[in-house]
Design a protein around this ligand. Structure first.
Ligand code: TC6
Length: 727
């Protein structure tokens, strides 16, 4: 796990735990033994620590986290014990860094007396995103190198810095060119002793005069922007301790704050999220069709059809990843509007210093706008982002089938429509796949990729690979109406409309959801996406199913229906874009949402007309009803084979709807509440709301709940009553 070799008078200890040299117990023990061996050998004058493979180290091994004592305790070999051995060693220790040097890896480097890196290395403390803090004295050591303010920013944000930036901050002593090991050994040979100030615990924190002011400002920012999260606050307090307390007391404070986080439910949720995001990308249909064996088609050029808000955002995602795009609109007016949209998104990036003006100009060079669909004949992949209408999409796909080269992959950015029905209009259903982007498409990280019954493994591999290339988090699901995202979100939002019909006002519901951790309440989300959009989808669905939807509709085929949203639409309130929807806005397109008495009147009149008596509804009921309705639907998606594991559903909610990361996702949240309780409450709501079929408990949920044991989330799918053959 840690390989030891000697090059002349230098001992080289190579961290080796592929793929990222996570500091497992075995690796830490190997490192400890290696350093001790070098100390004991009188021929050795200095020591180099270096990573094997692509990285120095990705930090502590997160898979070992439940055993907290292993990570931090002074007993046995922990990061802290090996850190002490390194720091107190009288032979100079040099960390030679490439790839990532994160978390515990950076702590090892900060215990070392010198640090060198290659130009491309990245250094940082991402622990905050795992719900913890750098608990091997990172919060006390980094400030002693970079000062309070920079350490606070790095540790609270979790964002890594580049090697040149680290050199500027003083974290690195040198950036080296050429072979890192050769340079590090050469450097180590020039060192004889360890000066006092090379042991960071001996050094005071520089530039700490304004620490109190920076602390207060940062705390206020965290409370506003990372509402509900405890890790950033503890990170901040730990860094402050480096200024307020001597080193020996600072590390004790760090340990106390670390343990608080390590034992918290939030850390469990955030660490689960880390692994579920990775699990979600690993798709598996059969032994010959899965992420390991299936080859993708390289996407060198792409087409985007439709230059509206979605199409433009999708084009930007492709363009900024270096993929040339042919953008197609039906007429020059719409095309011109799309180009302007793309330019304004890119200009926003320039303003935020994410790119330079000249980079923006280069990106625009690889955009080819056109009104001729025939121009798409030789692209590798096309993403259609036209209006959500099956007939329209079928006509378009049929045309593309005739125009495009045989191996062009045809993607539909549909959010609800059955991929098989779209694929049917082509002679190449194996090349047809859904790529469901979330608005705004250039910002939202999720890409819900949807395969149909005929989609080939090659096509799936292509969109999954492309997703990563354009910096999205991909999840693969099977086709059905609404897929996983909209199927589960529909039940969540529908239940919340019922809550409004029964007694709460939209702003009261939104406050509860935002306190729960959602970035935005459901009614604000609805205003953003457009009340007219939802209205049109409901109308189209009604027509397709042969019934007439009016503002008096109370039941559809015996199912409860709430028409308040339709009444809001009828009042000309289409959401933010018109300056009014469920809320009143400061201006059309404005962001400041205010409670509007007119909306309350619409709701109260609606209830009066229907003879409904309004009642008080508790916060607990609101959360249970929306979350458990979504969770039950999540279980149904698993039963139907639409999702293959709970992690996919959670990743969709984390990155498509901004579900609080510290709660892991709705399915993980269910596991924390306990499936027995979730199941019983679902049965309770079914009794009270028999005319809402989403309260019929999923069979899979029932089986797990009635199994009489606490089944871990990783074993849920074993209880699937109808496992699909393709999974
Ligand atoms: C810490 O250090 C605390 C210290 C104080 C306590 C005393 N542990 O992301 P990828 C796995 S906390 C275990 O797909 P990439 C990952 O699960 C730690 N496993 O690849 C995946 O496994 P799979 C602070 C880890 O090239 C595989 O490696 N550090 C760890 O896109 C490949 O990962 C972090 O938070 C780990 N630490 O990105 C760093 N790291 O193949 C977290 C990775 O079975 N890691 N794995 O699915 C990362 O940021 C990225 O993984 C990366 C590589 C940049 C290292």
């Amino acid at each position: 796990m840690a390989e030891y070799k000697e090059i002349d008078s230098v001992a080289v200890i190579e961290l080796k735990n592929p793929p990222a040299n996570a500091l497992s117990k075995a690796l830490v023990t190997g490192l400890n033994n290696g350093v001790k061996r070098a100390i004991d050998n009188p021929r050795i004058k200095s020591i180099v620590l270096i990573g094997n493979g692509q990285h120095f180290s990705a930090g502590a091994d997160i898979t070992e986290f439940p055993r907290v004592a292993d990570v931090t305790s002074k007993q046995g070999v922990s990061l802290l014990t090996v850190g002490d051995v390194i720091e107190s060693c009288n032979k100079p220790v040099v960390s030679a860094i490439h790839g990532v040097c994160f978390g515990g890896g950076l702590e090892i480097a900060l215990f070392s007396h010198y640090r060198l890196a290659v130009q491309s290395a990245k250094l940082g403390f991402p622990e905050v995103s795992l719900g913890i803090l750098p608990g091997a004295n990172g919060t006390q050591r980094l400030p002693r190198v970079v000062g309070f303010e920079v350490a606070m920013d790095m540790i609270v944000s979790g964002k890594p810095v580049s090697a040149p930036q680290a050199l500027q901050y003083g974290i690195l002593d040198k950036i080296v060119d050429g072979d890192l090991l050769t340079a590090a050994v050469q450097f180590a040979k020039t060192l004889n002793t360890v000066p006092h100030d090379r042991r960071l615990k001996n050094v005071p924190v520089p530039n700490s005069e304004n620490a109190n002011k920076h602390f207060e400002e940062k705390l206020a920012k965290i409370k506003q922007k990372q509402r509900g999260y405890i890790a950033p606050i503890n990170c901040l307090k730990a860094v402050k301790a480096s200024v307020d307390l001597p080193y020996s007391e600072g590390v004790t404070k760090e340990f106390q704050l670390f343990m608080e986080l390590m034992s918290s439910a939030q850390a469990r949720g955030q660490q689960y999220s880390f692994f579920s995001e990775r699990a979600a990308t690993k798709w598996y249909l059969s032994a010959s069709k899965n992420y390991k064996v299936s080859k993708d088609i390289p996407v060198k050029t792409a087409g985007v059809i439709g230059a509206g808000t979605m199409g433009s955002g999708i084009a930007v995602s492709l363009l900024t990843s270096g993929i040339p795009v042919i953008l197609v609109e039906q007429d020059s007016k719409n095309l011109e509007r799309g180009i302007e949209l793309i330019k304004s998104i890119l200009q926003g990036g320039v303003k935020l210093k994410r790119m330079t003006q000249s980079q923006m100009n280069q990106i625009l060079q690889i955009l080819q706008p056109t009104t001729k669909i025939e121009d798409l004949q030789s692209v590798d992949l096309i993403i259609e982002a036209v209006f959500e209408n099956l007939k329209l999409k079928q006509e378009l796909f049929s045309k593309l089938d005739k125009i495009c080269k045989r191996d062009t992959v045809l993607c539909s950015n549909t959010s609800t429509l059955d991929i098989d029905k779209i694929a049917k209009s082509t002679s190449r259903p194996e090349k047809v796949v859904g790529t469901h982007f979330f608005a705004p498409a250039h910002i939202m990280p999720l890409l819900e990729n949807v395969y149909g019954n005929h989609t080939s493994a090659e096509t799936i591999a292509t969109v999954m690979k492309l997703s990563k290339k354009i910096r999205k988090i991909p999840v693969l699901v099977k086709t059905c109406h609404g897929f996983v995202a909209n199927r589960t979100f529909f039940e969540y939002s529908q239940e919340l409309r019922f809550v409004v019909e029964e007694g709460l006002l939209p702003n009261e519901v939104d406050d509860i959801l935002e306190d729960f951790g959602m970035p935005m309440g459901v009614f604000k989300v609805n205003d953003l996406s457009g009340i007219d959009v939802g209205w049109r989808i409901r109308q189209e669905q009604a027509i397709a199913n042969g019934f007439n939807l009016t503002t008096n509709t109370r039941y559809i085929n015996g199912e409860r229906y709430c028409a308040i949203a339709d009444k809001i639409f009828q009042a000309g309130r289409y959401g933010r874009k018109t300056g009014k929807g469920w809320y009143q806005y400061d201006k059309p397109g404005g962001r400041v949402a205010m409670v509007d008495p007119n909306v309350n009147n619409i709701i109260l009149n609606h209830c009066k007309e229907l003879g409904l008596t309004r009642r008080k509804i508790s916060t607990q009921e609101v959360i249970e009803r929306c979350m458990f309705a979504a969770i039950n639907e999540g279980f149904r998606c698993l039963e139907d084979g639409i999702a293959s594991k709970p992690e996919e559903i959670d990743t969709i909610w984390l990155h498509g709807f901004g579900f609080p990361r510290y709660r892991g996702g709705p399915m993980f949240y269910a596991s924390q509440v306990g499936l027995r309780k979730v199941y019983e409450r679902i049965k309770y709501y079914q009794k009270h709301f028999p005319e809402t079929s989403h309260w019929i408990a999923s069979e899979m949920l029932q089986r797990i709940a009635e199994s009489g044991r606490n089944v871990p989330i990783s074993e849920w799918t074993k209880f699937n009553p109808t496992p699909t053959s393709s999974r």
